[in-house]
Each structure stands twice: as C-alpha cells, then as structure tokens.
Design a protein around this ligand. Structure first.
Ligand code: SF4
Ligand code: SF4
Ligand code: FES
Length: 319
C-alpha cells in the first residue's frame, strides 16, 4: 500500500534552527510497523533521517515518538492501523523534552526525575542472612508497574508537564509507587514525605493521558492515586492536595452535593489567603452566569441526604 510519511524534521546545525515537515512516499506491507517504514526511508530515500531504535519488539523503550498526534512506540504501531491506502501518517518527536535531531529527543530530564525518586530498595535494619523474602501475594500487584520500559511516552503526553516542568511526571511517580508499595522497602514514609512536596503526587490533574498512551499498561495515574491514598494513611503532613480530597469527601457526606465555595475555603483555609483571593474573580463570573445556587452562596444539604450518609457508613464498615 502506498503511504505518505509526513515527518517533523529538525536539524540543530541548520542556520534557521526551525523545525519543518518533510513528506516521503513509501510502499508498505500490511505487516510493516511505523518503525519499519522509517527505517526503509532512512535506508532507501534519505539517510539523514535521524531516529532512535534498538529491539524492534516493544522491549527497549527507545522508539517513542508521536504518531498522528499521540505518543506511542513506533515498533508497536502498524502503519495499516494508522492510515488507509494513499493516506498520510504524521510523525513527530515526543513532547515535553528537548529535541536533539529529527525524532530523537533528549531524555536527560526524564532520567533525572527517575533518579529523584531513588528507584532502588532501601530496606530497614540489618541484611537478612539469605535473601529478602516477600510473598507472591504482596508482590503480585507490583508486576504491572514493574513492566515499565522507561520509554517516556507517558511523559511526552502528560498535560501537566506541558505547563509545569517541575512536576515529577507519570513515569517517575509510577516508579516511586513501585518502591513505596514494596513490602521489602523500609523507607515508604520518607519517600511519601518527599512526594508530598510541590511537583509531586498532588500535582497530577488526573487527565488519564498517561494511562491511555502507555504501551505496557503501567497505569501511572492509578499508581499516583494509590500514592496519595498511602500518604493520607500514613499521615504525611496535610497539603492542599490531601485537604482537597478530605474536604471533598466530607462535603458530599454532609450535603450530598459539591459545595465549591466551601471546598475552596476549607482547602486553602486561612493559611493561604492569597490563593483564596485569586478565586474571587472566578466566583464572581460564576455568580454572574447563574452558577451559584439560588438558595445562597453556599449549598444546603439535598433532600435524601440520609441515604448518602448511609452509603458512607456502609463504605466505612466494609473497609
Ligand atoms: S493523569 Fe496525571 S500524570 Fe498522567 S498524564 Fe495526566 S496529569 Fe500527567
Ligand atoms: S509508564 Fe508506560 S509510557 Fe511511561 S515510561 Fe513506563 S512504559 Fe513508558
Ligand atoms: S525499538 Fe525497542 S521499544 Fe521500539
């Protein structure tokens, strides 16, 4: 089948330093992956095309790139699944990291963040005589997260990293979870204290992009949510993030409806007046557009609140 590969090119040695799209027309087989196509282009049409790959079997994690607007592994993506006969496939380097050349990105920042979470076991106490033993049940839930191949695809498409480079990002936080939840590790609480800081586990907006794009089903966002739950269990100091979760639950239990003004007030409290004040324009806009309940600025409990409270009670009991 004939396919047009539209590839985002960037040459750090060109005087303009501008990225541009270049098109290549290629005959592809139904079994060809996007990586096969790119290698064919490099071998038969344009040897200057630069890309990174190694295993060609979704193992090494080196061929991450954006295909038709979403980050993925080129060796795991069949051309036929992305484009129909005569169509065009768009290929770009991963986002949220500097581009070295064409489709090759600089992963230094990615590795720096992985190192920041100290991705190695730190058991407490003296070493046992033999080996560290952990039951399979206590390790089973970690197999998914251990499947991470460090490809950076989730980092590329993380919506928070687009605006906040300080954020640790999905891959590093999933890696942090892997050690916090490992029964052999003795530093869970210290790790959670670190992750509680700015740029850590509370800065994810739960957009789910990292879950959607991960080629290995690591489910980074779910691991971040699990880290938050563990942080609250272990009473790491209350942050806006954890207070938001606690107040959210409390308001639903009290009123059966989300009381946004009260949520902001109780989350930031008097500790953070400037942040609280920054919400005033939004509140006024909500008021003008009729988003504030007619019964007053703060919500009242809904009829049938007792049923909701009974649900909360049952949930507590089942825990
Ligand atoms: S869910 Fe969180 S970590 Fe994952 S991509 Fe969205 S903001 Fe980033
Ligand atoms: S979590 Fe998934 S997408 Fe992210 S680095 Fe690991 S394997 Fe790649
Ligand atoms: S080449 Fe190794 S994961 Fe694609």
């Amino acid at each position: 089948m004939q396919t047009t590969f539209r590839i985002r090119r960037f040459n750090p040695e060109s005087p303009s330093l501008a990225a541009y799209d270049q098109e290549y027309i290629l005959e592809t087989e139904p079994s060809d992956t996007v990586l096969d196509g790119l290698i064919k282009i490099r071998e038969t049409i344009d040897e200057s095309l630069t890309l990174r790959c190694s295993c060609r079997g979704s193992i090494c994690g080196s061929c991450g790139m954006r295909i038709n607007g979403q980050a993925t592994l080129a060796c795991k993506t069949k051309v036929i699944s992305m484009v129909s006969e005569g169509g065009t496939i768009q290929i770009e380097p991963m986002k949220n990291m500097p581009i070295i050349k064409d489709l090759v990105t600089d992963m230094d920042g990615f590795w720096k963040k992985i190192r920041e979470v100290q991705p190695w076991l730190q058991p407490k106490g003296p070493h046992p005589k033999g080996e560290y033993v952990a039951s399979s049940e206590s390790m089973d839930h970690l197999t998914g997260v251990m499947g991470c191949i460090m490809c950076g695809v989730c980092v590329s498409d993380c919506t928070v990293l687009e605006v906040d480079r300080q954020f640790l990002g999905p891959a590093a936080l999933a890696k942090a979870y892997r050690f916090v939840a490992d029964p052999r590790d003795g530093q869970a609480k210290t790790r959670l204290f670190e992750l509680n800081k700015l740029g850590g586990m509370w800065d994810c907006t739960r957009c789910m992009e990292c879950v959607e794009v991960c080629p290995k089903g690591v489910g980074a966002m779910d691991r971040i949510m699990a880290l938050r739950a563990k942080g609250m269990e272990k009473h790491v100091p209350s942050t806006c993030g954890s207070r938001h979760a606690e107040v959210f639950e409390d308001l639903i239990r009290q009123k059966g409806v989300l009381d946004e003004p009260m949520l902001a007030l109780r989350t930031f409290g008097l500790r953070n007046i400037p942040t609280l004040m920054s919400y005033i324009p939004m509140m006024l806009r909500a008021f003008i557009r009729g988003k504030v309940p007619k019964t007053g600025f703060f919500h009242h409990a809904i009829p049938g609140i007792r049923d909701i409270q009974r649900l909360f009670h049952k949930m507590r009991e089942s825990k």
